[in-house]
Design a protein around this ligand. Structure first.
Ligand code: COA
Length: 261
């Protein structure tokens, strides 16, 4: 797959998408948003791809934030709102993709980079990584879901603290507050992320999609509606050939052979 600001590499059933704007530490431009949306659409349509890893080129940055050169040219509220909406739409496409998306955070994940990582299903960080929402220091606020997803991941108090101070969050602190799931030594990051992606690619794909949908849709609603979403997804998973194979294989004491339907 060819996308200008991305390197897209398939490795069996997984794909690694690398943000590739090293001169600006992989800052998120409008073009990169468009490229990523196009790449995600291709990944979504390809049944051979079962999991995705997102990362940044080099070792310094996952993504340094929105491209400040572009922010500097924004002259009115309507244009800025449209820009935020496009970024948010791209993030929702990550969440709606029926395949797991892992952020392999190799360095700075600031502003839009932190927001993009938070839209992924699972975050693995190098021990050298830093997170943060420093928009306040530009006289701005996070516009790519930062105030919403940080609050959902770590709670309103810590979200207020980090959005209002703009302080950076080191990898270990990020793990301690629930912003990342795993911290590994920098040289091991990509292997750890790919190993996890391959493991998830080996699970029953419709059950994977049902879990992802249940978590993402359920996170936005009250507990009764969330439980109804889960029950509906349980029903869908139960009606698959893979469920029949999974339970049969267990009783026959053998490994299941997933078909994907
Ligand atoms: N948008 C555009 N360019 C950016 C950028 C961004 N978000 N972040 C970094 N760059 C550019 C720098 O201007 C610099 O360009 P130059 O080489 O032409 O001078 C280059 O990337 C390297 O950045 P530099 O600041 O020299 O690296 P550093 O290691 O000293 O610091 C950061 C790295 C990420 C801490 C620092 O660049 C930074 O604070 N970036 C902005 C973070 C931010 O506010 N993000 C939210 C935006 S809403």
């Amino acid at each position: 797959m060819e996308h200008g600001n991305l390197i897209v590499e398939q490795d069996g059933e997984i794909v690694v998408i690398t943000f590739d704007r090293p001169d600006v530490l992989n800052a998120l431009s409008d073009a990169l948003v468009a490229d990523l949306r196009a790449a995600l659409a291709e990944v979504g349509a390809d049944p051979a791809i079962r999991a995705v890893v997102l990362t940044g080129s080099g070792t310094r940055a996952f993504m340094s934030g929105a491209d400040i050169n572009e922010l500097n040219t924004l002259t009115n509220a309507a244009a800025a709102e449209a820009k935020a909406a496009a970024t948010q739409a791209m993030q929702r496409e990550i969440q709606r993709l029926p395949k797991p998306v892992i952020a392999a955070v190799n360095g700075y994940a600031l502003g839009a980079g932190c927001e993009l990582a938070m839209a992924c299903d699972i975050r693995i960080a190098a021990d050298t990584a830093f997170f943060g929402l420093p928009e306040i220091n530009l006289g701005l606020i996070p516009g790519g879901g930062g105030t919403q997803r940080l609050t959902r991941l770590v709670g309103a108090g810590l979200a207020a603290y980090y959005c209002l101070t703009g302080d950076r969050i080191d990898a270990v602190t990020a793990k301690n507050i629930g912003l990342v799931e795993l911290v590994v030594p920098q040289p091991e990051l990509m292997n750890a992320a790919k190993d996890l992606a391959h493991r998830l690619a080996g699970k029953a794909p419709l059950a994977v999609a049902a879990i992802k949908k249940s978590i993402n849709d359920g996170a936005q609603v009250d507990i009764d509606r969330g439980l109804a979403i889960e029950a509906a997804q349980f029903g869908i998973a139960c009606a698959t050939e893979d469920r029949i194979e999974g339970t049969k294989a267990f009783l026959e004491k053998r490994a299941p052979q997933w078909k994907g339907w």
